[in-house]
Ligand binder design. Sequence first.
Ligand code: HEC
Ligand code: HEC
Ligand code: HEC
Ligand code: HEC
Ligand code: HEC
Length: 404
Amino acid sequence: MGSGTGAIRLRSLSGASARRTRGRLNVAFLVLISITLPGASTERSAAQSGAAPYEAAEGCGECHAAIHQAWSASPHAQSATNPVYLESLDRAAEVAGGKAAARRACVWCHAPTTLVTNDLDLNQPISQEGITCDFCHTVKDVDLEKDGHPFLLEPGGVKRGPFEYAEPVAHETAFSSLHRYSPLLCASCHEFTNGNGVPILSTYTEWKEGPYPARGVPCQGCHMALVPGRVTAGGTEKEGSARVVNLHRLVGGSSRGQLDTGLDLVLKSVRRSAGRVELTVEVANVAAGHAVPGGLSTKTLVLSAGVESGDETLQHIRSRRYRREIEDADGRVLKTVPDLFLKGASVGLDNRIRPRESRTERFNLPIPAGARAIVVRLEYEDASDPRIAPVVIRITEVREQLDK
Ligand code: HEC
Ligand code: HEC
Ligand code: HEC
Ligand code: HEC
Ligand code: HEC
């Protein structure tokens, strides 16, 4: 798989000789970056030469306004500047034994333009844009088996995307099956095995082992749905092109809406006898393309059942927790993001719910006098912010009244 299979049509724009020259320069650049590892000295010298190979998102937004607006609200746009990340980057320096080592380990996915600029201190405005337009749209290919980072990068005037053009547009374009159909563009950062051989991020593998590849549904199929909008603001798009864009907000478990569509909770049966109740509950991963919870092992899906009393508090709560645990060399479960990446030595428990899998759970609860209802809840707990207690999002709740 890759981007090589599509018909590549390069288009130059009117009066764009300057751009084309830059495109040629970038070929030399590409050779440099594709044969060296992150932080290698050749990249540093490229950065020192003052080349600014990536264009700012704001410039793209002058034409692609709707896409720019959606992207600006995405976790991708905040990946290099959000306070949670910056805090954990500081803590990573303690774990990694120095700031430089931490930066090398943590910056290339969160601010991937640094692979070319080597601005590991994130001083340049483009670094602060995190996973920015011009990074994604100039990735030429991805090879997960490659040493170092998995990208073949070609920053420059050619923007790669899902359209095949017969007419020139405002900049050079190339059809890219990597962008249109392949999960590998996303896997480049959402699949990661650390130095101890432990899969810290395995979203792509989970997707590959599930039913969605056979159905032809890559990551984009769910995370970048087509929504009403215009590809370009000024109406410069071709006559008759559809008024839809791929949503660039790319939300995941941090959004209740996305969690809602991904999971199903059904109270299958309620049996009462002698002051107790036996519940059968089914929780199903109906629409996430990978295990739930996904991503880093800082997240837990919590199914709980309890009895609601007259004053509306929940009592006799019983829970099941679905999560993946990564352990250090001594078998201790790791809790913080820097620890996961830098100390992870083996995978312990993994009872997350796989794509299209459902789990049946039984709960046996007492029914005290005055109890009003049985309540079953599904919640999502995210412990990736080291400064605060885990954030809990209520996904859904099912109630069974006990009036009679
Ligand atoms: C291989 C790419 C990659 C590397 C390397 C990487 N991250 Fe991430 N990081 C991600 C992805 C992808 C997510 C979102 C995953 C998810 O949904 O759990 C993420 C999420 C996070 C989060 C939680 C989301 C937030 O609020 O920002 C923190 C904190 C974080 N990373 C810190 C780090 C630190 C510290 C390091 C270095 C030890 C690091 N990352 C290295 C890809 C990476
Ligand atoms: C001067 C206006 C303008 C600017 C600035 C601009 N674009 Fe475009 N872009 C267009 C137009 C027009 C199209 C064609 C849209 C259509 O066919 O609907 C396009 C198409 C695209 C495509 C689709 C290419 C394909 O083959 O699928 C991508 C990707 C893209 N632009 C990315 C970018 C990025 C990234 C930037 C900023 C670095 C940018 N554009 C800046 C006008 C612009
Ligand atoms: C250059 C690396 C990179 C690439 C490429 C990338 N991502 Fe991400 N992604 C990240 C990082 C890092 C985060 C975490 C951002 C944060 O919150 O700090 C993230 C966050 C996300 C989230 C939000 C997770 C949440 O908890 O809400 C989703 C969804 C997502 N990415 C999907 C995708 C998809 C789909 C693609 C492919 C079209 C993709 N990503 C490509 C690095 C990347
Ligand atoms: C994480 C990588 C990523 C980032 C960041 C990103 N895009 Fe995209 N973009 C894609 C992918 C993948 C597609 C194709 C989706 C598909 O065909 O299903 C796409 C499609 C497009 C298209 C074609 C029209 C459309 O709606 O499909 C344009 C234009 C575009 N992006 C511009 C931008 C601009 C401008 C930004 C920044 C404001 C941006 N992109 C940020 C990955 C990205
Ligand atoms: C069939 C639809 C579907 C496909 C395909 C899919 N996802 Fe998701 N994804 C979801 C839903 C629904 C959620 C919210 C539930 C959850 O948090 O797991 C989600 C959540 C996420 C999250 C946040 C995880 C968390 O628990 O916080 C990330 C990151 C993500 N997806 C990345 C990807 C990547 C990368 C791919 C491709 C390898 C992909 N997704 C394929 C539907 C999908």
